[in-house]
Design a protein around this ligand. Structure first.
Ligand SMILES: Nc1ncnc2c1ncn2[C@@H]1O[C@H](COP(=O)(O)OP(=O)(O)O)[C@@H](O)[C@H]1O
Ligand SMILES: [Mg+2]
Length: 360
């Protein structure tokens, strides 16, 4: 799978952009705040229906404009496909695939597959569980639409339950309504836990291989699913925590609190890993994401690398470059690294300057 063309109109700093991409490596070079990440963001948006850095569509529309348009042409199974997005200031965004309007943005998912790697991802292991849950959710959502729907449903139920818990704190107890939410939370939650279990088990095998390749066989990585509760004990645990939940106005049991444990040679590297181990593990998780998509969907996703290349040491850069040979990659950096110059990349460089992209 690869992107052929990207057209942006009034998207962030781009008034009008129309570029043709190479089907392998694409390097966007420019100083800070010139608009490199904006390009990756527009692609990510076409793939997932969401930005990777804001929840507000409005922020992506160029200042002083009311609408923004994105068109992305890509090739999948030797067929050319087209995604059109339309962002409007006070309305929901609109989308079309091959000219046919889709009513649910979620239906975008699964058409264009991308894996994004940003500097924050290098802290995936070290930072709190939120980022790791996001990683797992994004990963499984791309592969399983059912998971994506379940997750959205679960989050809505959770929000309602939490709202009720907060009200119960200072008003009469409404146990019956709470019970209704409990039942739904457990029902949807169990589906999430089961699917996470299934995919994390697949992921753990892949991560092991990838990590070995990057670290040179020396260390053994172990990825495990750390559950807030098992499906069997969900109901018991939820009921056990009800008084606490009411006091806190928050649901203290459920897959919204899950995490993944990453151990190297049996040591939990979330807490005790060296920076090198944590970064290599983060990189491995990202490559495992690509590998799992390949396996499950029979598609090679597009790799978006935002400013991470210079953050990696020589070995990891080399590993990454080996990958780029098979995957369409869109890489941003502030200066072309020496190692990149070892490749014949003259035709792959785009210079980004204040919302203008040129090839010279
Ligand atoms: N909605 C918007 N309208 C116009 N310009 C924007 C908008 N959002 C961000 N920008 C501009 O985009 C630039 C940041 O782009 P970005 O892609 O993040 O830069 P970088 O090259 O560092 O990755 C900044 O100059 C910012 O002012
Ligand atoms: Mg950037």
């Amino acid at each position: 799978m690869h992107i052929n063309n990207l057209i942006l109109k009034n998207f962030r700093s781009y008034e009008n952009l129309n570029i043709k991409l190479n089907d392998r490596l694409n390097i966007f070079v420019g100083n800070n705040a010139m608009g490199k990440t904006n390009i990756l963001e527009s692609i990510y948006l076409c793939a997932t229906g969401k930005s990777h850095r804001t929840n507000y569509d409005k922020e992506m529309i160029s200042w002083n404009e009311n609408e923004s348009h994105i068109q992305l042409n890509f090739e999948k199974d030797n067929r050319e496909e087209r995604i059109n997005l339309n962002l409007r200031k006070n309305y929901k965004k609109g989308a079309a695939i091959n000219g046919i309007v889709i009513t649910k943005i979620a239906d975008l998912i699964g058409n264009l597959n991308v894996v994004i790697f940003s500097p924050e991802d290098l802290r995936l292991i070290k930072d709190g569980p939120g980022g790791r849950r996001k990683y797992i959710n994004t990963e499984i959502s791309q592969i399983s639409k059912i998971y994506f729907y379940n997750l959205n449903k679960y989050n809505k139920i959770l929000k309602q339950r939490n709202n009720l818990l907060k009200r119960m704190n200072y008003k009469d107890y409404d146990r019956d309504s709470l019970e209704v939410w409990n039942v739904q939370l457990i029902e949807e939650g169990k589906k999430i836990i089961d699917l996470r279990e299934e995919y994390i088990n697949k992921l753990k095998v892949i991560v092991k291989d990838v990590y070995k390749n990057i670290s040179g066989d020396k260390e053994e990585i172990e990825l495990d699913y750390e559950k807030s509760t098992t499906t069997e004990k969900f109901e018991i645990n939820l009921n056990r925590n009800i008084e606490k939940d009411i006091r806190q106005g928050y649901s203290s049991v459920g897959p919204h609190l899950d995490d993944i444990v990453i151990k190297i040679n049996n040591v939990d590297i979330r807490k005790y890993g060296s920076q090198g181990q944590q970064r290599t593990a983060a990189l491995s998780l990202k490559f495992a994401e690509i590998e799992l998509i390949k396996k499950e969907l029979n598609e090679v996703p597009i790799l978006l690398l935002d400013d991470v290349f210079s953050e990696l040491d020589r070995n990891r850069q080399k590993y990454l470059l080996k990958y780029i040979e098979e995957v369409q990659t869109i890489l941003t950096c502030t200066g072309v690294e020496d190692i990149l110059k070892e490749y014949d990349i003259k035709n792959n460089i785009f210079y980004v300057n204040n919302g203008i992209v040129s090839k010279t």
